[in-house]
Design a protein around this ligand. Structure first.
Ligand code: 3PG
Length: 311
């Protein structure tokens, strides 16, 4: 993937789509998402304050990847780039907007809802497009069918996605990330409930990564591992054999943590400064089979492997 912005979006797995009415909400909103572990935001160009909001985020929250959404014309794209947008999203496919962004060297994610749109995107050399409005178009079944002839094309389904169906989309190989307002709802922004936004971002991140153990651990050890991961870990299954847990410091003891996506997990560790053993890149061409954390927990080596959750 040539574009750094697209790589970041793929590594994160979600794009919060925010409609900001009051420009003064933009910085606390961006900071709330950052705090929740999602350093990306798409600011829709649907309000009078969108440009000002985007400019403020780009200037004052530089850790955020900020893009403009609902870009319908070249003029809007120009305006968004001038304010500091690092990627451009459109609900539909406009060849002029796409060409303009490509000329500017900026990532463009046009909405594609038909084979005709996808053929156009393919001929522009695009590798990632938006699929909008995802649920109304037929959800994952329609996305699978429509994407089939377009081999390597990746999608950012948006529209009607939330916690209830996030996993269904992320399970598909062709889904690059999911977009939507489920963690940045208009009412939450209007109420300036930035704590809730942070919490929802964190739950989203947690859902995407799906860190979990197939056993039950003593509470203290689970807390130690969760602290190491900077996210709560889920447990399921039988208690881990207690005897082996108590012999701290034995180097041959290993706990396996599962994740839904090892590349996203590697990128997360890198973002959060969680050290992993050498040889694991954040987004390798060939995903690693397993990632070992540098730090042990309770004397255990921690190994992370990919396995899609069934739930
Ligand atoms: C939009 O353009 O508003 C986005 O697609 C968000 O859709 P959602 O509110 O259904 O997530």
């Amino acid at each position: 993937m040539e574009s750094e912005a697209l790589k970041i979006i793929g590594d994160l797995g979600a794009v919060p789509v925010a409609t900001i009415d009051q420009a003064e909400d933009s910085i606390p909103l961006a900071e709330a998402l950052l705090k929740g572990g999602l350093p990306v935001i798409e600011v829709t160009f649907r309000t009078a304050t969108a440009k000002e909001a985007l400019r403020a985020i780009a200037a004052y929250v530089p850790q955020m990847l900020v893009g403009a959404g609902t870009v319908l014309s070249v003029e809007q794209a120009e305006s968004a780039l001038e304010a500091g947008a690092q990627f451009i999203v459109s609900p539909g496919f406009c060849p002029r907007v796409v060409q303009y962004c490509l000329n500017q060297g900026v990532a463009v994610i046009p909405g594609c809802s038909s084979p005709t749109d996808l053929t156009a995107a393919f001929n522009f050399g695009l590798q990632v497009v938006k699929y909008f409005p995802a649920e109304l178009l037929g959800g994952t079944a329609a996305l699978e069918a429509i994407g089939k002839p377009f081999g390597g094309m990746k999608f950012i389904p948006t529209g009607g996605i939330g916690f209830h169906n996030l996993q269904q989309y992320l399970r598909l190989d062709k889904v690059w990330a999911c977009g939507g307002s489920w963690m940045v709802g208009a009412q939450l922004i209007r109420n300036r409930d930035f704590k809730a936004i942070s919490r929802l971002a964190k739950v989203t991140l947690s859902e995407i990564l799906g860190f979990r153990l197939d056993c039950e651990l003593p509470v203290a050890l689970l807390e130690e591992i969760s602290t190491l991961f900077k996210l709560p870990l889920r447990e399921s299954g039988a208690p881990y054999p207690a005897g082996s847990l108590l012999r701290r410091g034995e180097s041959n003891k290993q706990l396996t943590v599962k994740t839904n996506n090892i590349i996203r997990a590697a990128a997360y560790f890198l973002r959060e400064g969680i050290e992993v053993c050498a040889g694991v890149e954040a987004t390798p061409v060939k995903p690693p089979a397993a990632i070992y954390l540098q730090e042990k927990a309770g004397g255990f080596d921690i190994c992370v492997v990919e396995e899609q959750s069934s739930g």
